[in-house]
Design a protein around this ligand. Structure first.
Ligand code: B12
Ligand code: SF4
Length: 435
């Protein structure tokens, strides 16, 4: 079978395609199928994209969607359905946490809920034996018009999942993307990533980390088959399970010897770990700071770390020679103009090497999404509004759209000032962070 995965580009040029399809393509190829990725640039008219997809001759189309990719993914799927009857399956964060919305559209035949490898393999076996999507009955694959399929536990031995099919990713210059684990143990109320743990509550454990042997074997495999110059670890929080991280930092220079970047929460770092990371080749740590208001972080976001701790960790990270990126959010329910200012103030104390700033969007399934719904902050047409990072869709009691726009403009100004001040640009790629 020819499986074509579609990567829906959003308003920004991101460095990497979705990792999910790269895992699924590996599974499909193991079972003897062909799989490829078609990237749909934001500028490509839908009819041209439809023609390109059809020309690829798919027997099955897979779309991986975050919420930001939903509106354009929907437009493409519906346009495809008008001209061809190719089975179309959606997966990823948005499909998992808004399955009704996805299945309500004519273009989609089924959604994959949660971890995809085992259900996708089961579906391919079913199709290979002459079955159709409409007759598929398996856990995690919700077919349009059928009852909820129930969920199977995630794969128990995460090392059993094959290495990603790297040709599915848009990797250049030997800069590689890896994950060493799935799941995040923290309870941040705005975070869609942590919803996976909740999805599997009572069914199985989503949080699992690969063995170091498996991670090293993948890196050696990459090097044996191509360039390996730098690794971007896309784990939600790389710095959990300290014994694993210390051992990783020991083995990385001995066995691989290239630099890498990670995502971390400030409270998971300490001086010893920072020194080990730097010695192990870590060049860049991306931190989720989110707000300078301790009240907002503690009471609304469930992130009780203090500003003092953040400042200390940023200082130590920089002193150890690593780039420290800070990511901030604005327009969170419960946030005031004073809180917005507190974030700008904290930024000046953190002195990050680089930073990202995003307007809060309530991702379906998260606690803050429910909070927004219950308090009437969501506009009626929220489902047809794009998930942007520079404007809010919410009607908040304490912040007007003007307050948020003004604050966003202040951050843009800070960025311009910082760029002008900085004589040397950041040396490693900067990625958007989950944490
Ligand atoms: C890596 C990553 C990135 C990368 C790559 C993005 C991408 N296109 O995948 C980069 C750095 C570019 C990035 C950018 C952004 N990201 Co990001 N990112 C992540 C992160 C940390 C890991 C995702 C991942 O690869 N996981 C590993 C894979 C294996 O898991 P998976 O995607 O869930 O796939 C499995 C299943 O879902 C399923 N599946 C997936 N697709 C399909 C398709 C089919 C057909 C089937 C059958 C099954 C299936 O099978 C897969 C294997 O088990 C997640 C957090 C998380 N843990 O999910 C955030 C996350 C996805 N990002 C998020 C956000 C908000 C962003 C940004 C908007 C950043 C910002 N603040 O502005 C941008 C825009 C991205 C976009 N295009 O929409 C949110 C999305 C929330 C949502 N509901 O949409 C998340 C969940 C973070 C969070 N804390 O909330 N991100
Ligand atoms: S924001 Fe980061 S630390 Fe918090 S739950 Fe999400 S992935 Fe984990």
């Amino acid at each position: 079978m020819q499986i074509v995965f579609l990567e829906i580009d959003t308003d920004a040029e991101w460095a990497v395609c979705s990792l999910g399809p790269a895992f699924l393509a590996a599974v499909a190829r193991q079972a003897g199928h062909q799989a490829r990725m078609l990237r749909i640039p934001e500028s490509e008219p839908i009819d041209e994209a439809v023609a390109r997809v059809r020309a690829a001759g798919p027997d099955l189309i897979g779309i991986s969607m975050t919420t930001r990719q939903w509106l354009r993914g929907r437009a493409l799927a519906n346009a495809l359905r008008e001209v061809a009857d190719i089975p179309l399956l959606a997966g990823g964060l948005h499909a998992t946490f808004s399955p009704d919305q996805v299945l309500g559209e004519p273009g989609f035949d089924a959604v994959c809920l949660g971890e995809g490898e085992a259900p996708f393999a089961a579906l391919l076996r079913h199709l290979e034996r002459g079955g159709t999507l409409a007759t598929a009955r398996m856990q995690n694959i919700w077919i349009k018009g059928q009852p909820h399929p129930g969920l199977a536990p995630p794969v128990a031995e995460i090392d059993d999942i094959p290495f990603m099919a790297r040709d599915m990713l848009d990797e250049r210059y030997g800069v590689r993307h890896m994950t060493t684990q799935r799941g995040c143990p923290f309870p941040c109320t705005y975070c869609a990533a942590r919803m996976y743990d909740q999805l599997y509550d009572g069914i199985g454990t989503y949080g699992r980390r690969r063995t170091l042997d498996s991670v090293m074997a993948e890196l050696k495999d990459i090097r044996a088959n191509g360039e390996l110059n730098y690794v971007i670890f896309l784990d939600d929080t790389f710095t959990i399970n300290h014994p694993w991280v210390f051992e990783f930092c020991k083995r990385m220079p001995e066995e691989i010897g290239v630099g890498f970047s990670i995502h971390a929460r400030a409270e998971t770092l300490n001086p010893k770990l920072i020194a080990a990371l730097a010695a192990g080749g870590c060049k860049h740590v991306v931190f989720g700071v989110e707000s300078g208001s301790e009240r907002l972080r503690r009471e609304v976001m469930k992130r009780p770390v203090t500003n003092a701790r953040m400042i200390e960790i940023f200082q130590r990270t920089r002193d150890a020679g690593m780039i420290a990126t800070a990511n901030y959010m604005m327009g969170v329910p419960g946030e005031t103009r004073e809180d917005l200012q507190a974030t700008l103030d904290l930024h000046r104390e953190l002195k990050p090497t680089d930073f990202g700033y995003f307007v809060f969007y309530p991702f379906p399934g998260t606690q803050l999404f429910e909070h927004c719904r219950q308090h009437g902050y969501l506009p009626e047409n929220w489902q047809s509004l794009p998930a942007r990072h520079d404007a809010s869709i919410l009607n908040l009691p304490d912040l007007t759209p003007g307050d948020i726009a003004e604050n966003y403009a202040k951050w843009t100004q800070v960025r311009e000032e910082d760029t002008a001040r900085r004589s040397v640009p950041a040396a490693a790629p900067v990625s958007a962070s989950a944490c």
